[in-house]
Design a protein around this ligand. Structure first.
Ligand code: ADP
Ligand code: MG
Length: 696
């Protein structure tokens, strides 16, 4: 007898051995239920074929054709090439990572059915690393009759195919198992919000058939998706309400301030603060002067000067003999802040330290000791290091830079960490504006300060859009700006989910630029380099030993190289507006600089991509950009989960789904008073591992 239930550990499911189990754990799946609630971030339509003559570059298609040519070749490294035709045109296939056997299987005369994003290469179509099936045309396999779900794999090495199989196996248990869903389903029904049960919704979402409304599903507007989206929003709203209630019962240190404490700081700063910066520092000081723990969000466009605001808040703590910590998403950013703080606080008598993955064991021991004794007043570090148990004598302020995560999980983690009834004040820095609807609901427990003014002398970055075919001209431009003593980024973007292709693109871009110009010193940084290699390249760039930094999107958020004046972005049509704006913000940070951004695109621009490029050309204002972004996204385009406002949501997208917030709020108010249902929801949407309710 099989007694697997949805609460069973995932290894009870067929196909999950120790190796797969540990891969699944990396994406938060430890129980059967977790797998069911890992929801597709998009779908591939492999239920139909497209003729080669109808292909559009930049978009994914399923194509079938006869193999007419195939070979291994050496464009610097071993690669594989094949050419197919379906009678309406030709398509080239390229593989850069392949086995001998794979290459052999592309036999002339056989047929291949493939799915991949089409690229334009000169006037030919090509596709890199498609998923494919080879067959003899006499035995043509039938087309799929369901859409193919695509899941976020995060850091896990599991394949889409394997994950689909496992989720499929989990779905088979769903009818016989208890999801404890009855009460929640009933509430949805009684409030007229959805007739679908959670089980029905899950089945459709993981396995939508062509008879379902395919367009609606691809646009995340299907009733089954709505059912799940609203449930996830409810859970987050409840989570915020519970954590707010808990925080209200806790106390923070009252931190005093007076004008004198900034005297020597102001003298040491190489610039004077903008009015906006001064105002925001005062708002923060006002909050910290109360015993209610602060939870404040500082929102300021890229380059608006958020770091110095954080410094002001931390200095206020230090002058009260209290400790504070600044948490950064990356080591490079932590080091950059540490350097700045050391300059700005040069004439203060304050002990500042940095703690990252690079810190040597010997230093770590000393720092640990000095944190416990209270000697170190300001600590700058990476998230990951801080989470590994750092003990401080009187931590009173936590600043989180480039905050990407405001989720319920993070809120509860913070609460669980503080054993006593004392909570540090919390300050979050972000460049992403939060729309009003969200500020009133999901972010209701945060106060917001806006830095709505740029430092003086900051010229807008002039943005132009160019077809990839003309990129030769850019090398001349690189030579000019570098001979004038400025520097440039050359950014190679993600090629459809494949980090290695991304790296490959960056490597060939570097070779190409170096070949075209003997004068330019070109550096390269990407995700395949180890930390110290990465750091040394970035350091060389910062010091001006490199003119052009070729990079992938791994280049750090918040990276500040005041001398950089040109940003070139390849395949810009594939990136979202907010991301483009963030990247553009890496240049033009020096005063009175004429900075430029060039957006390169492949082939013909689609309507939405065109709208994005136009927005980039016409405005430098991050708030406007995000408004336009929302409008474009409102028209049905899906850009993945990157822009869910940092909530790490499984299916809801706070921008796309803001329309459902009212319904969610209504149900949240009903369900919050039922501890059983709250627990079920938290387990489902936040995770089995967390005992969040214990934090209540
Ligand atoms: P972000 O808001 O993107 O984090 P940073 O804090 O990195 O911005 O600041 C961007 C650049 O502007 C830095 O080089 C910083 O030293 C500089 N800066 C910050 N405030 C001012 C100011 N008031 N006047 C002139 N330059 C400033
Ligand atoms: Mg910053």
């Amino acid at each position: 007898m099989n007694n697997t239930s949805l609460n069973s550990p995932i290894e009870k499911i067929k196909g999950v051995g120790p190796k797969i189990k540990s891969q699944l754990e990396k994406i938060g799946i430890t129980h059967v239920e977790d797998a069911l609630f890992l929801l597709p971030k998009s779908y591939e339509n492999r239920t139909k074929l497209t003729q080669i003559k109808d292909l559009i570059p930049g978009q994914p298609f399923q194509i079938e054709g006869e193999i007419i040519e195939s070979k291994i070749y050496y464009p610097g490294r071993r690669a594989f090439y094949a050419k197919i035709t379906d009678g309406t045109g030709f398509l080239q296939i390229r593989l850069f990572f392949f086995s001998q056997q794979q290459a052999k299987s592309f036999e002339k005369g056989l047929s291949v059915r493939l799915y991949g994003v089409i690229r334009n290469s000169g006037n030919k179509y090509e596709v890199f690393h498609p998923s494919y099936k080879i067959f003899n045309s006499k035995f043509r396999p039938p087309l799929d009759n369901t859409l193919t779900p695509v899941y976020s794999l995060g850091a896990s090495k599991i394949t889409q195919y394997r994950l689909r199989t496992i989720i499929h196996n989990c779905l088979e248990k769903i009818d016989e198992s208890n999801l404890n869903e009855k009460e929640i389903d009933k509430t949805f029904l009684s409030q007229n919000i959805s007739k679908l049960s959670i089980k029905e919704a899950l089945k459709i979402i993981h396995n939508p058939s062509v008879s379902d409304d395919v367009l609606k599903i691809k646009q995340f507007e299907h009733p089954a998706q709505k059912r799940l989206i609203i449930e996830e929003l409810i859970t987050n709203l409840i989570g915020v309400k519970i954590s707010t209630k808990k925080i209200d019962k806790m106390k923070a240190k009252v931190i005093n301030n007076n004008k004198e404490i900034f005297n020597s700081f102001y003298k040491a700063l190489p610039f004077s603060l903008t009015n906006a910066q001064e105002r925001v520092i005062k708002e923060i000081q006002g909050d910290m002067n109360k015993s209610r723990p602060m939870r404040r969000l500082v929102q300021g466009d890229v380059g608006s000067g958020k770091t110095v605001v954080a410094a002001g808040a931390m200095l206020t703590c230090a002058k009260n003999n209290l400790q504070s910590v600044l948490l950064c998403p990356t080591e490079v950013l932590a080091e950059q802040h540490f350097k700045n703080f050391s300059i700005w606080f040069a004439s203060e008598n304050i002990n500042i330290e940095i703690l990252t993955g690079k810190t040597k064991k010997k230093d770590w021991e000393r720092i640990d000791y000095d944190l416990r004794s209270g000697k170190i007043k300001i600590l700058i570090g990476t998230h990951s290091v801080f989470q590994k148990r750092v003990s401080m004598k009187n931590l009173s302020l936590v600043v989180v830079d480039e905050q990407q995560r405001f989720g319920v999980k993070q809120r509860f983690e913070m609460l669980q960490k503080s054993k006593e009834a004392v909570l540090p004040h919390q300050l979050f820095m972000t460049a992403t504006p939060i729309p009003r609807t969200l500020a009133m609901t999901i972010f209701a427990d945060l106060s917001v300060s806006k830095i709505d003014e740029m430092p003086p002398g900051r010229n807008p970055v002039i943005t132009s859009v160019m077809s990839n075919d003309k990129k030769d001209e850019l090398v001349d431009r690189l030579e000019v700006i570098c001979s004038e003593g400025n520097q440039a980024f050359w950014l190679c973007t993600m090629i459809e989910e494949s980090e290695s292709l991304d790296v490959q693109a960056a490597e060939s871009a570097k070779e190409w630029i170096s070949k075209k110009s003997k004068n330019l010193k070109v550096g390269l940084v990407h995700s395949k380099l180890n930390k110290s290699q990465k750091d040394s390249v970035i350091e060389n760039f910062r010091e001006g030993k490199i003119d052009v930094l070729v990079c992938t999107t791994v280049i750090e958020v918040g990276m500040d190289v005041p001398n950089a004046s040109l940003m070139i972005i390849e395949n810009a049509e594939r990136l979202g507006l907010s991301q483009l704006h963030q990247l553009r913000g890496r240049v033009g940070r020096g005063p009175n600089m004429n900075a430029h951004c060039v957006l390169l695109y492949q082939g013909k621009l689609g309507e939405i991509a065109e709208a994005r490029m136009t927005a980039m050309k016409e405005t430098n204002d991050g708030f406007k950009i995000s408004e336009i972004d929302m409008k474009i996204r409102g028209s049905g385009e899906i850009l993945g989960t990157k822009q869910s406002g940092g909530m790490e949501l499984k299916i809801a997208d706070l921008m796309r789904d803001a329309q459902y917030l009212n319904s969610a709020e209504k149900l949240a108010n009903i369900l919050i008073s039922r501890p059983n249902e709250v627990e079920i929801l938290m387990k489902r949407w936040v995770g089995h591992k967390q005992n969040l309710i214990a934090a209540q």
